[in-house]
Design a protein around this ligand. Structure first.
Ligand SMILES: NC(=O)c1ccc[n+]([C@@H]2O[C@H](COP(=O)([O-])OP(=O)(O)OC[C@H]3O[C@@H](n4cnc5c(N)ncnc54)[C@H](OP(=O)(O)O)[C@@H]3O)[C@@H](O)[C@H]2O)c1
Length: 294
C-alpha cells in the first residue's frame, strides 16, 4: 500500500493534533511541517522528533496533500499558493473576512486550471457538526434546532443523583429548551454492574427532580468531565410526516483540535477520489470520508 505523503502547515494546537493523527495512521506518512521563519528553531514536541521542518512546502518532494492549520487571516492566501503549485489542500474552515462559499468560488477555477483538489471546512465546527445539523433536519423536516455550547462549564454536583444506588458520582446542569421550559441534564458515573436504564429511571423519579424534564447521560468519569471545557448539545424537535413530538439529541464532549484533525485526515483520504476543483466538506460524499473506503 502506498502511503499518502502529507505536510502540515502551522504547528499550533490543530497542527499538532493533525501530526499525531497522521503518525498513528498506517496509510499516511508525515513528510514534515511548514512553519514561520521565527518558529523554525523552536524545539519540536517529543512525538515529532526527527520529522523535517521547513519554511516552505517546496522543500518537500512528492507531496499528496497539505493540511493548512493557520490563523484565519492566513488561510486564503496559503491555499491559493498551494493550488498554484499543484499541491492538493485540506483546511479546517478558518477564514477571516469571506464566507466559505466565496472562497470556494475563488479557488475552484484555480484548482480546475491546475487539475488539483481542495477541501474546505474540513473540521468539527465548521465541518462535521454541520453534517449532524443537516441529518437532523432531514429526519425531522418540520421543527426547530437548538445548539448549546460548552455544557461542561455550568456543571455542579448533585447529592440527590449521587445517592441513587448504582451511581458513583453525578454532575448536573440546567438549560432552557426552545419552548422556554427548563431541562435538567444529569451526568452519572455508574458503579460496576449498574444498569443505566434502571439508574436513569430512579434519578428521574427523585422528588427533587420531578419539577423539570430530567435527561440522564452515563459518562466514564465524572472527574474527567469536570475538567473538560468543550462540548455541545444539538437538539432538534418537531414532526416527521404524520408523527409529532420527534426528538433528536446529540450530546458531545471533546477536544476540539483532535476532532477537527480526524475530519481533516478523512478529507485527505477522500481527495484522490474527487474530480479536480474546490469543495466544501458538505460537497464530499460521506462514503469517501469513511475510513477504508475504496
Ligand atoms: N473547524 C474546526 O473545528 C477547527 C478546530 C480547531 C481549529 N480550527 C482552525 O484552525 C486554525 C488553527 O487553529 P489552532 O488552534 O491550531 O491555532 P494556533 O494554536 O494559534 O496555531 C496556529 C499556528 O499557525 C502558525 N502561524 C502562521 N502565521 C501565523 C501568524 N501570523 N500568527 C500566529 N500563528 C501563525 C503558527 O505555527 P508555527 O509557529 O509553526 O508557524 C501557529 O502555531 C484556526 O484558524 C482555527 O480557527 C478549526
Amino acid at each position: 500500500m502506498r502511503r499518502l505523503r502529507l505536510v502540515v502547515i502551522g504547528l499550533g494546537r490543530l497542527g499538532q493534533a493533525c501530526g499525531e493523527t497522521i503518525l498513528k495512521a498506517q496509510d499516511l506518512q508525515l513528510a514534515g511541517f511548514v512553519r514561520r521563519p521565527e518558529s523554525l528553531d523552536k524545539p519540536l514536541p517529543a512525538v515529532f522528533r526527527g520529522i523535517p521542518v521547513a519554511a516552505s512546502v517546496d522543500v518537500f518532494a512528492a507531496i499528496d496533500a497539505a493540511l493548512v492549520c493557520l490563523p484565519a487571516g492566513r488561510v486564503g492566501e496559503c491555499m491559493h499558493n498551494l493550488l498554484q503549485h499543484g499541491v492538493p489542500v485540506v483546511e479546517p474552515g478558518a477564514r477571516a473576512d469571506e464566507t466559505p462559499y466565496d472562497l470556494r468560488e475563488k479557488l475552484h477555477g484555480l484548482a480546475m486550471r491546475h487539475q488539483v483538489r481542495a477541501i474546505q471546512n474540513a473540521g468539527w465546527d465548521p465541518g462535521a457538526l454541520g453534517m449532524f445539523h443537516a441529518l437532523f433536519a432531514l429526519l425531522i423536516p418540520k421543527g426547530s434546532t437548538e445548539v448549546t455550547g460548552r455544557p461542561g462549564i455550568s456543571l455542579h454536583h448533585t447529592l440527590t443523583a449521587s445517592a441513587v444506588e448504582g451511581v458513583r458520582g453525578a454532575l448536573c446542569t440546567e438549560r432552557q429548551a426552545a419552548d422556554g421550559k427548563t431541562q435538567r441534564y444529569v451526568y452519572v458515573e455508574l458503579a460496576p454492574g449498574a444498569e443505566r436504564e434502571r439508574v436513569a429511571a430512579a434519578i428521574r423519579s427523585e422528588p427533587l427532580f420531578l419539577d423539570e424534564e430530567t435527561l440522564v447521560f452515563p459518562v466514564e468519569s465524572i472527574a474527567a468531565l469536570e475538567e473538560e471545557g468543550a462540548g455541545v448539545v444539538l437538539r432538534r424537535q418537531g414532526s416527521a410526516g404524520g408523527a409529532g413530538h420527534q426528538l433528536l439529541l446529540l450530546e458531545a464532549r471533546f477536544d476540539g483540535p483532535s476532532l477537527a484533525a480526524q475530519v481533516m485526515v478523512a478529507a485527505v483520504r477522500a481527495l484522490p477520489y474527487m474530480r479536480p476543483g474546490a469543495y466544501l466538506l458538505s460537497d464530499v460524499p460521506l462514503s469517501l470520508l469513511r475510513p477504508g473506503h475504496e
